[in-house]
Design a binder for this molecule. Structure first.
Ligand code: GDP
Length: 513
């Protein structure tokens, strides 16, 4: 810390003493929070590193998109069940030049491209139930540039029509209405239009700007017009994207196929090629191959197109709705995936905790800071060195033997480290089953990977023991724990581990007289 602040060590130690840190030598270890408080005393504005840098972030949007090349529009077809979504998609798929070029054997990959006679291309999303569309919407991302709202001419507006309308509006995506099944005798186009207008859709015929096309997915009537309209609207929307730089996209679908784990990715920016490293949600890939909807291997996927990607490194493929980001190298891809796994575990643990447990953890954290400051500042406290009284006021100090009391129950604190997520969960589960009204264990923190220095610090401050499951422990960590008086319980059999915890708990039970 002295070096970082450019202060000579002996001067720094003297100044620490002045600040009220009694008996601090050059080997003392400060927590991130304490170090930050000290640095503030020196006039710095420190930020505590939470490891967030490990994650990959999307690039900022381009400053002047108008100079970028256009990309194909991405279109989602929505509407009430049986109004003809699948039929329309099938018709479009068959009209696709891509499909024709490859004998028409198209595969379902969640999206397909239609190449128009003009050479322009439209990408249609074809994901059942629009699961990906909705989950991406929840994250505030629009994968679709426009929505086609299908209304059957013989059935008019129905509940799911309105539902689709609601989603399109929430996503602020323009819509084109396709009145389908106009070949049917019972078709009533005018009724559809007036029903739509009654639900606030500002259609052209009523003076609005929402285009309406009348089609038959069965006979192909009006389909050329339909495709034309989509292209016209996308020209107006002026959809552009940079074809270079680190690629970004979204997972539309994923599955396990005979050739391995696959995921269809819609590329939004940049270009993906075999050999590229990508991260999607908590998994990563070195792209082994890219395939289009005709099952043909392609050498690149440009913005506005969807490709099936092989080469996922982890046990599971990514999930529909996950954002895909290209990483510069394998190290960054792995680090980002690892960071996200830890993040997710933290969120899961917090999600499973009751409100009371969450508050208790926050208090624990505050108390840990207060306690550490108290230890470092000595009994008299120090000049200008303050910690908010909240943690201290609300929390009784930890007793010397490391056992706290809460509402008459003795609490024993643990930090848990395991090799994989599953084992961490199993360890936490089996420990939390133990205990009684008189004494119970509490897990302050759990995670995968080896014990870190900050785990030892955390354990020292909160008088916790560290449980290590199926991980190697470095000599340095062992020494550090030993010096800090922190117990590491090292096990690879859950039963033995639970036994040791149980023994510790029973030692604390009041003797039966
Ligand atoms: P989805 O549930 O919206 O995907 O609807 P489908 O595409 O499965 O169509 C439902 C039914 O309507 C099927 O029996 C189709 O053959 C029929 N259908 C779809 N489009 C048309 C059309 O333009 N004209 C006629 N007559 N029938 C159609």
């Amino acid at each position: 810390l002295a070096a970082a602040m450019n202060v000579k060590l002996d001067i720094f130690l003297d100044q620490l003493l002045e600040l009220g840190f009694d008996g601090v030598g050059k080997d003392n270890i400060l927590t991130g929070e304490t170090a930050a408080l000290v640095a503030q005393e020196y006039g710095f504005e420190p930020t505590v590193d939470t490891g967030d840098d490990e994650d990959l972030k999307p690039r900022p949007p381009p400053e002047d998109p108008s100079s970028l090349p256009p990309r194909p529009p991405v279109v989602t077809i929505m509407g009430h069940v049986d109004h003809g979504k699948t039929t329309l998609l099938d018709w479009l798929r068959k009209s696709s030049i891509v499909a024709k070029e490859h004998g028409g054997i198209t595969q379902h990959i969640g999206a397909f491209s239609v190449k128009m006679s003009t050479g322009k291309q439209i990408t249609f999303l074809d994901t059942p139930g629009h699961a990906a569309f909705l989950s991406m919407r929840q994250r505030g991302a629009n994968v679709t540039d426009l929505v086609v709202l299908v209304v059957a001419a013989d059935d008019s507006v129905k509940p799911q029509t309105l539902e689709a309308l609601k989603h399109a509006r929430a996503a602020k995506v323009p819509i084109i209405v396709a009145i389908n099944k106009i070949d049917k005798e019972s078709a009533n186009i005018e009724r559809c239009k007036s029903d739509l207008a009654a639900h606030g859709v500002e259609i052209e015929d009523y003076g609005g700007d929402v285009q309406v096309v009348c089609v038959s997915g069965k006979t192909g009537l009006g389909m050329d017009d339909f495709e034309e309209n989509i292209l016209l609207l996308s020209d107006m929307l002026d959809i552009r994207a940079e074809p270079d730089g680190m690629a970004e996209g979204w997972v539309l679908e994923s599955s396990i196929k005979p050739m391995g784990r696959v995921a269809t990715v819609l590329v939004k920016r940049g270009t993906l090629r075999p050999g590229d490293y990508i991260v999607a949600g908590i998994v990563h890939a070195k792209i082994r191959s890219l395939r289009n909807e005709a099952g043909v291997e392609i050498d690149k996927a440009t913005p506005g197109t969807a490709v099936e990607i092989l080469g996922w490194k982890d046990d599971d493929p990514p999930a529909a709705g996950d954002q895909v980001l290209q990483a510069p190298d394998e190290g960054r891809a792995k680090a980002a995936a690892h960071y996200r796994i830890e993040q997710k575990e933290r969120e899961e643990v917090i999600g499973q905790m009751s409100q009371a447990e969450q508050e208790r953890r926050e208090h624990d954290r505050l108390r840990a800071i207060a306690k550490k400051a108290e230890l470092e500042a000595g009994p008299k406290g120090g000049r200008g060195y303050k910690v908010s009284g909240k943690g201290r006021a609300e929390y009784s100090a930890v007793a010397e033997d490391g056992v706290e009391e809460e509402d008459g129950t003795k609490i024993v604190n643990y930090l848990v480290r395991g090799d994989v997520h599953g084992s961490v969960e199993a360890v936490c589960g089996s420990i939390m089953e133990l205990g009684s009204n008189e004494v119970r264990p509490r897990i302050l923190q759990s995670g995968t990977g080896q014990i870190t220095e900050s785990d030892v610090e955390h354990a020292q401050i909160s008088r916790a023991s560290i449980i290590n499951f199926n991980n190697p422990i470095s000599g340095q960590i062992k020494r550090m724990a030993n010096d800090a008086g922190v117990t590491i319980m090292d096990h690879n059999v859950i039963y033995h581990l639970a036994e040791e915890v149980r023994e510790k708990l029973s030692e604390l039970l009041a003797p039966i007289i």
